[in-house]
Design a protein around this ligand. Sequence first.
Ligand SMILES: C[S@@+](CC[C@H](N)C(=O)[O-])C[C@H]1O[C@@H](n2cnc3c(N)ncnc32)[C@H](O)[C@@H]1O
Length: 220
Amino acid sequence: MFDRIAGVYDRMNTVMTAGMHHRWRERAADLARVGPGDRVLDVATGTGDLAVELGRRVSPDGEVVGMDFSESMLDLARDKAPGIRFEAGNAHALAFADDEFAAATVGFGARNFSDLTCGLSEMVRVTRPGGRVVVLEITTPQRPPLSWFFSMWFDRVVPALGRLAGDPDAYGYLPSSVRRFPGPNDLAAELAGAGLEDVTYLLTAGGIIAIHAGTVTARS
Ligand SMILES: C[S@@+](CC[C@H](N)C(=O)[O-])C[C@H]1O[C@@H](n2cnc3c(N)ncnc32)[C@H](O)[C@@H]1O
């Protein structure tokens, strides 16, 4: 599915979020607390926008690795950011050693993991103690009027945009994947269970976007 939508993915993000997704990625990258010289992993990097944001923070001598299992997404990411290393891989079995990175991030990808606990544990494993894990994701607002807006947007507007973009199935999948993803408190508990401390989250865009972050605890 992600190979199929790669060509329209960036344009759809801009239309669906009125361009606000760039600001959300900046905030997620800030929460990774990385700087020049650091190595960072962006899991399920897609076309690489969050990796690019991280790259600005770790340059000139740091490194961002963006990984994804969709080769079509990775091809677009490589064209966009030739200075970043983009690699094929599976978030459930990261091909990196323990403690390799100063931070690991995932933007709009965790919702697609078939095993969320495994995907988050892998991100914690490859991040060194004291490093940060950040999850940027869509969440379901609980209270009106935003819950009404959310239903209207995701159940009507997004599938209509998907039909226009030529892939109604992929953009019909988006609302269902958001609904079955844990809410902010449950996701915070998942992250703590995966080995993070000081887990916090912020809600933005009227409660539709959640950015969770935590610090990897010392290994025993
Ligand atoms: C909605 S896109 C998000 C892309 C990008 N991170 C962003 O912020 O726009 C989800 C991405 O997750 C990738 N993905 C989903 N499950 C994955 C897995 N188990 N391993 C690697 N990549 C995965 C898909 O290929 C897709 O590129």
